[in-house]
Design a protein around this ligand. Sequence first.
Ligand SMILES: Nc1ncnc2c1ncn2[C@@H]1O[C@H](COP(=O)(O)OP(=O)(O)OP(=O)(O)O)[C@@H](O)[C@H]1O
Ligand SMILES: O=c1[nH]c(=O)c2[nH+]cn([C@@H]3O[C@H](COP(=O)(O)O)[C@@H](O)[C@H]3O)c2[nH]1
Ligand SMILES: NC(=O)CC[C@H](N)C(=O)O
Ligand SMILES: [Mg+2]
Length: 520
Amino acid sequence: MATETTSDRVLILDFGSQVTQLIARRVREAGVFCEIHPYSMSEAAIEAYAPKAIILSGSPASVTEEGSPRAPGIVFTKGVPVLGICYGQQTMCEQLGGKVEPGETREFGRAFVDVKEPCALFEGVWQVGAREQVWMSHGDRVAKLPEGFRIVATSEGAPYAIIADDSRRFYAVQFHPEVVHTPHGDALIRNFLFAVSGLSGSWTMAAFKAQAIEKIRAQVGTGKVICGLSGGVDSSVAAVLIHEAIGDQLTCIFVDTGLMRAGEADEVVTLFRDHYNIPLVHVDAADLFLGKLAGVSDPEVKRKTIGATFIEIFDAEAKKIGGAGFLAQGTLYPDVIESVSFTGGPSVTIKSHHNVGGLPERMNLKLVEPLRELFKDEVRRLGVELGLPKAFIGRHPFPGPGLAIRIPGEITPEKLEILRKADTVYLEEIRNAGLYDVIWQAFAVLLPVRTVGVMGDGRSYDYACALRAVTSVDGMTADYYPFSHEFLGRVATRIINEVRGINRVTYDITSKPPGTIEWE
Ligand SMILES: Nc1ncnc2c1ncn2[C@@H]1O[C@H](COP(=O)(O)OP(=O)(O)OP(=O)(O)O)[C@@H](O)[C@H]1O
Ligand SMILES: O=c1[nH]c(=O)c2[nH+]cn([C@@H]3O[C@H](COP(=O)(O)O)[C@@H](O)[C@H]3O)c2[nH]1
Ligand SMILES: NC(=O)CC[C@H](N)C(=O)O
Ligand SMILES: [Mg+2]
């Protein structure tokens, strides 16, 4: 999976921590390319990836348990700098001849470290003698240092809060520098990347764009490419990027799945044709999708059915334009991470994104996915770099499976119609209140629950709907948007008055985690 994007690559080995993603974000924000791989990555794959530095993540596991995960030996013999975080520190110590034991005091949340000796990791950030706030989440602790290490900071629950082996460039911390609750944690990570590892921090969107174009040309040659275009920011950016690379070898395909929002199909096609001179085919596949989804209520079955149907259509369209060999999609890094359960790795499949885990096993078209290693906010920056108009860049994400994953249970044309109306009212109110751009994503969900109400002195027995609005940076974590009660009241009244079939409205205040943004 290694890419040619840059030679300054950092490898993050994941032991299953909840916050491994954040390590990647901090590294990329520093202008350094990195990828997350499971700790079980083979030594050959590590060699092929050729990291300039390695970071070991935290983990729910305990080094003291038999069979708990270990880093591949090559991590410590390759001669590159290594930063161990929490479990990463513990396994580093254990593997290099130190000792780990269950601690007497567990530390969760805010803690303080006393800085004892100078260290490249916090040079220019923390002073010797200072007491600094960090964020801890551990029960075990290092009890004996491996040879070559020294203690540079301590905390109450972790006498080895920061340790260093300067000659081998191995550093390890018991706390989590990647979370915002460790103020200056990002500066420590930068020090590891620049001062310790000597990386350049030159991974910019302009550099990414130039290299991505080269890669697309090399992969595709003179072949024809069709690009699944949804009107969302990811596929729009992918299409424009690919068009810059291969010009008229590209044809875009917009699939109307029948699971779109009100007016969306026309809007997307018009917007794209107005701005770009890229051939766009509009396929009306509503009957096909609704037919295949009839009677399906399990979320994963829905997602896989939708993924397979998309591919069926792309295959047919590829033939129609005289045999395209490649399918381009706006797949992002989070789609990949959430869909993939690493064999032998610690993470589990949360949901099969229709364009990754939902793809059929056998595919005729070869995938071109130039954004596969980017997070959403990075794609938006690439969009700016490519000169995409704001109408594309600022759009809320809309998932490929569309309203199908916003109607828990079976999907029917009647339910789709009700949901479209409620969603339209909700988004209209959000726009009127000037909130569209401060919210990351907002939508209505039609619940498969009917409740009793009283309307116009009569009894109603209709569906309930839930409203969702979240703030986020990259969709990997999210919080609910704190609307005023007045706003929520206004939307609820309008939906109940205007949308036949809904007589109750609720607001979803679940963050991610533990929830996800979509309901399925
Ligand atoms: N209706 C559609 N027609 C054609 N391709 C689609 C459609 N919906 C999704 N896709 C393909 O699946 C990919 C993933 O969808 P996803 O919703 O994650 O991205 P997007 O729609 O491009 O952007 P956004 O996340 O902002 O909605 C898209 O980039 C696109 O290639
Ligand atoms: O194209 C897509 N195909 C999918 O199968 C899919 N599932 C979720 N999403 C979008 O991903 C982001 C994170 O969503 P979740 O918190 O629900 O996983 C949110 O922005 C979701 O809308 C999808 N997009
Ligand atoms: N966050 C972590 O990496 C925790 C590591 C280990 N499970 C402990 O409790 O110490
Ligand atoms: Mg979309």
